[in-house]
Design a binder for this molecule. Structure first.
Ligand SMILES: Cc1cc2nc3c(=O)[nH]c(=O)nc-3n(C[C@H](O)[C@H](O)[C@H](O)COP(=O)(O)OP(=O)(O)OC[C@H]3O[C@@H](n4cnc5c(N)ncnc54)[C@H](O)[C@@H]3O)c2cc1C
Length: 470
């Protein structure tokens, strides 16, 4: 089957990868001149990479790890010391480590919490542990049913004091979904915690050894094209044209730079674009269906990525840090953490600004100035002097992953749509890893699996197997 996929982010590429495995012929159409979507990156005039976002991989990403194994690029993941590291707002420059020992799960994570005395008192630790019991014991069903509450409401309900919210869950919510705990669905941090507690290396952080388009997307493109598929950039989907029976007749791609629009005829069509984009392209007659109407309930959240190059080393920490700053979320010195960005003499900090709704309309300079002000608290020895800024880049994404506020989970669509020849992929679609790289890969795989199940081929008479989804 010829399968046209609109969107060359991780979901679209993973979908195409698993479709070629199943004996189908996918063509990916990506609107931009670079692949990767939210993991896209491009080089500036000096040849330095500018990224859409600081990206961490986790041990609890089974589908991503399986995919990278199949592409034979697992060695591109640089696993960091098994720890979570927090800045301490009242102690400038001092870090608090949750070091996870080499013990079986969940004892390893629990031990890391028990051993850390910087952030939580013993009373708070006990209350948090007791409060978490239903999430651990009753598992996914319980965690899903907590989608009606914000994390702050859930903590209150479980008798866990506000200090724990302030100390831990502001940082966690901002890192997970770019919003505060009084906005995030309790399901999100609870599921992340459960995954971290269930697997020995679930909370271990890994970095790709270079920029995602080259180090992760290109191997997928090579794999797809070597097996009869195709990937085209600068090919934006403009319109979905229907047959009289409501199925898709063709995609129309917008011609760029004066070129004419182009028709794409395929047997099956997939949207692997973000929810904000597919909503604008849905044909009117589909929009009346509850399956498509529910997409109105999902909307991308703003986030900003800031990169700052300094004339010297600010730190030798090779890891992700939770800044615990009101403006910033996580950050890393990529000159230590990422092989391709390595520099023994100069730091390049990559920082996520979240929540970003108050910042997204501000100028790059205002965002950099505010970031530097915060960095003075994190690196008091070096800033505002003697360290000097060499250059900066700001990448704003006004609508990134779906905004994970309470009540959204029920509106995330499954990959199989009511239209016979149309499927959805994308990290916003139904899968248990939310808006993440793992979620994107799994969603693409689930869409490919649904297509393979409906249209078996000689190569794949049975659907491809999935790695445990939850
Ligand atoms: C700042 C930031 C930090 C993040 N950090 C992490 C992290 O540490 N760990 C993690 O797991 N996840 C992280 N994420 C989330 C992760 O990047 C996303 O969940 C994932 O990449 C989404 O992939 P996707 O394919 O579903 O969607 P997208 O990446 O949004 O892909 C959609 C694609 O569709 C294309 N498109 C749009 N319109 C059209 C059109 N008309 N025609 C054709 N193509 C079109 C877009 O250009 C894009 O390439 C982060 C995201 C951001 C923004």
């Amino acid at each position: 089957m010829r399968v046209a996929i609109a969107g060359g982010g991780l979901a679209g590429l993973a979908c195409a990868k698993y479709l070629v495995d199943a004996g189908h012929q996918p063509i990916v159409f990506e609107s931009r001149d670079v692949l990767g979507g939210l993991v896209a990156a491009w080089k500036d005039k000096d040849g330095d990479w500018v990224e859409t976002g600081l990206h961490n991989f986790f041990g609890a990403y089974p589908n991503m790890l399986q995919l990278m194994g199949e592409l034979e690029i697992l060695d591109r993941l640089q696993w960091k010391r098994h720890a979570l590291i927090f800045n301490q707002p009242d102690k400038p420059g001092v870090l608090s480590w949750f070091d996870v020992p080499d013990l079986p799960a969940p004892i390893n994570v629990i031990t890391s919490i028990i051993r850390n005395n910087d952030m939580l008192t013993w009373g708070q630790k006990v209350k948090l542990a007791v409060g978490l019991i239903p999430a651990i014991v009753r598992g996914d069903k319980y965690v899903e049913s907590m989608d009606k509450y914000t994390m702050t409401e859930w903590l209150k309900m479980r008798g866990i004091d506000q200090e724990v919210d302030r100390e831990i869950f502001i940082a966690a919510s901002k890192a997970l979904k770019f919003i505060d705990p009084d906005k995030i669905s309790a399901t999100i941090p609870l599921r992340a915690l459960n995954k971290f507690l269930q697997q020995k290396n679930g909370s271990r952080i890994g970095y790709l050894d270079g920029a995602p388009p080259e180090r992760l997307c290109q191997p997928m493109v090579d794999y797809i094209t070597a097996r009869g598929g195709e990937v085209r950039t600068s090919s934006p989907l403009k319109q979905i044209v229907l047959n009289a029976d409501g199925t898709i007749e063709k995609f129309i791609l917008r011609g760029l730079d004066g070129a004419p629009d182009q028709d794409v005829d395929a047997d099956i069509y997939v949207s692997a674009m973000s929810v904000d984009v597919i909503k604008t392209l849905l044909p009117d007659s589909w929009y009346a269906m509850p399956y498509f109407k529910q997409l109105d309930e999902l909307e991308g959240v703003p986030v900003i990525n800031v990169q700052i190059w300094f004339d010297r080393k600010l730190t030798d920490i090779d890891h992700t840090l939770f800044s615990r700053s009101p403006i910033l979320s996580v950050y890393s010195d990529m000159s230590n953490s990422c092989k391709e960005y390595e520099d023994p003499d100069k730091s390049m900090l990559e920082l996520v600004v979240a929540p970003a709704e108050d910042w997204i309309a501000k100028s790059d300079q205002e965002i950099v100035d505010a970031t530097l002000k915060e960095l003075e608290k994190l690196f008091p020895e070096h800033l505002p002097a003697p360290a000097k800024v060499l250059k900066t880049h700001v990448v704003k994404t006004p609508r990134s992953i779906y905004t994970a506020t309470p009540g959204r989970e029920q509106f995330r669509p499954v990959q199989t749509t009511p239209i016979e020849n149309f499927y959805l992929a994308g990290s916003y679609t139904a899968q248990p890893f939310f808006g993440s790289m793992e979620g994107a890969v799994l969603s693409g795989k689930l869409a490919a699996q649904a297509i393979a199940a409906r249209y078996p081929t000689a190569e794949s008479p049975t659907p491809p197997t999935l790695v445990a989804a939850s």
